[in-house]
Design a protein around this ligand. Structure first.
Ligand code: CAA
Length: 258
């Protein structure tokens, strides 16, 4: 891979988007590499948490690649949006838990890729914005959809219409990020959260993730039905038997399903 780095250790994959000359902006080649990398990772049973970050200290992802879009036709613009949709929907629905380690600028497509992750942890220097309307376009990698779902319709409209850049604390205040930590501690904080997740039943976490994602795209009655189905499925697992037996026997559980 030319624009991505992948390292796997202790059930945690670290995917780094690394295009320093463009502050990790997403061009089509990077989106394709990301999609291929995620397709491979989603099959891996030895990976249960995926951390996504940007190379260098300044930028997570500075957006879609403007130099690629400047002369693009509407058809090419659509193709780019669909390419990103495929990669970001894959990211959103990975069986693994995904954590964006936002280590700097998360602008446009950078904010959008972070929002496709389950959890966002930002360093103190992170900056978020959807600057597309200032470029004469609109967020095209999911921003109009995922931002409103995360921070509410009013705040999403304000951010998208004004193109205001907000810092990590403000992103935390409005619920765009889960946590803010000093930059030097960012990956450690992500790994620490990953380890807390890894202690729990892997398959149960995946089922919970699927129920949350699917439930947010439907009404409450159907969401509750999907939850009941997932709950029933969890009763068929080794982890359910082991987790509950261990509790009753007052010993640590050995949860292994994924
Ligand atoms: N696309 C292409 N190149 C980019 C880029 C992008 N999104 N962001 C930065 N770069 C390039 C710059 O052109 C520059 O290249 P050169 O050295 O060859 O000139 C290099 O990265 C360094 O950038 P700057 O010199 O601008 O660095 P800075 O520290 O002064 O500013 C920044 C950093 C605030 C992130 C600024 O680069 C910036 O505003 N970038 C664009 C951010 C943006 O508008 N993103 C949204 C893109 S549109 C989008 O994402 C659509 C969508 O919905 C998917």
């Amino acid at each position: 891979m030319e624009n991505l780095r992948l390292e796997v250790a202790e059930q945690i994959a670290l995917v780094t988007i690394d295009r320093p000359r463009a502050l990790n902006a997403l061009n089509s080649a990077t989106l394709r590499e990301l999609n291929d990398c995620l397709r491979e990772l989603e099959q891996r049973k030895d990976v249960r948490v995926i951390l996504l970050t940007g190379g260098g200290e300044k930028s997570f992802v500075a957006g879609a690649d403007i130099s690629e879009m400047v002369n693009a036709t509407p058809a090419e613009g659509r193709a780019m949006a669909l390419l990103a949709d495929e990669a970001f929907c894959r990211l959103e629905n990975m069986p693994q838990v995904t954590i964006a380690a936002v280590n700097g600028y998360a602008l446009g497509g950078g904010c959008e890729i972070a929002m496709a992750c389950d959890i966002r942890i930002a360093s103190e220097n992170a900056k978020f914005a959807q600057p597309e309307c200032g470029l004469g376009i609109l967020p095209g990698f999911g921003g109009t959809q995922r931002l409103a779902r995360l921070v509410g319709k009013g705040r999403a409209k304000e951010l998208i219409f004004t193109c205001d850049r907000i810092d990590a604390q403000e992103a935390w205040r409005i619920g765009l990020v889960n946590k803010v930590v000093p930059q030097a501690e960012l990956l450690d904080a992500c790994r620490a959260m990953a380890r807390r997740i890894l202690k729990n039943g892997g398959y149960a976490v995946t089922l919970a993730k699927q129920a949350i994602n699917a439930g947010l795209d439907t009404d409450l009655a159907n969401g509750l039905k999907m939850e009941a189905d997932a709950f029933a499925l969890s009763f068929s697992t080794h982890d359910k038997k082991e987790g509950m037996t261990a509790f009753l026997e007052k010993r640590p559980a050995e949860l292994t399903d994924f």
